[in-house]
Design a protein around this ligand. Structure first.
Ligand SMILES: [Cu+2]
Length: 146
């Protein structure tokens, strides 16, 4: 009888052990996957690795996930089509300080991203190459409108 209880206990502990290990492996795997790119949930970007920000076409909207890599805006060159809405979503995990004050002077576009409002929308109508910058000119990049 006592032997049987011992075996049952060991079985239960083994099962608990396996479940814990599986849970840990799944958790670790999920974290590895999530660092492969930035995940856009609603209008908030969950930051992945710097350098993984990109432009995503969703229907008629060109979504730009804007963050920071190498102390500058990432992506640093943004190519969009004219006449189609551009939605720039600031990655608040990566954009710090005055990089949050984003401007495209020659298009009259500006926005200070904050954690409650990190979305900037505009529709470029003229084709060309336009510089973008932070308010103090430390971060710079290029918007190409095709
Ligand atoms: Cu700046």
């Amino acid at each position: 009888m006592a032997e049987e209880v011992k075996i049952k206990k060991r079985t239960i502990f083994t099962i608990i052990g396996i479940v814990l290990i599986l849970g840990f492996v799944l958790f670790a795997f999920k974290n590895i996957l999530s660092t492969k790119g930035n995940e856009i949930t609603g209008d908030l970007v969950k930051g992945g690795e710097a350098g993984s920000n990109k432009v995503i076409n969703e229907g008629d909207t060109q979504i730009v996930n804007l963050g920071v890599a190498n102390y500058n805006y990432d992506p640093n060159t943004i190519t969009v089509e004219s006449g189609k809405k551009v939605k720039i979503i600031g990655n608040m995990n990566q954009l710090q300080g005055c990089l949050r004050a984003f401007r495209i002077p020659n298009l009259g576009v500006s926005k200070v991203f904050n954690s409650n409002d990190n979305v900037l929308e505009f529709t470029p109508t003229s084709k060309g190459t336009f510089g973008f910058t932070c308010s103090m000119g430390m971060g710079t990049g290029t918007l190409i409108v095709k």
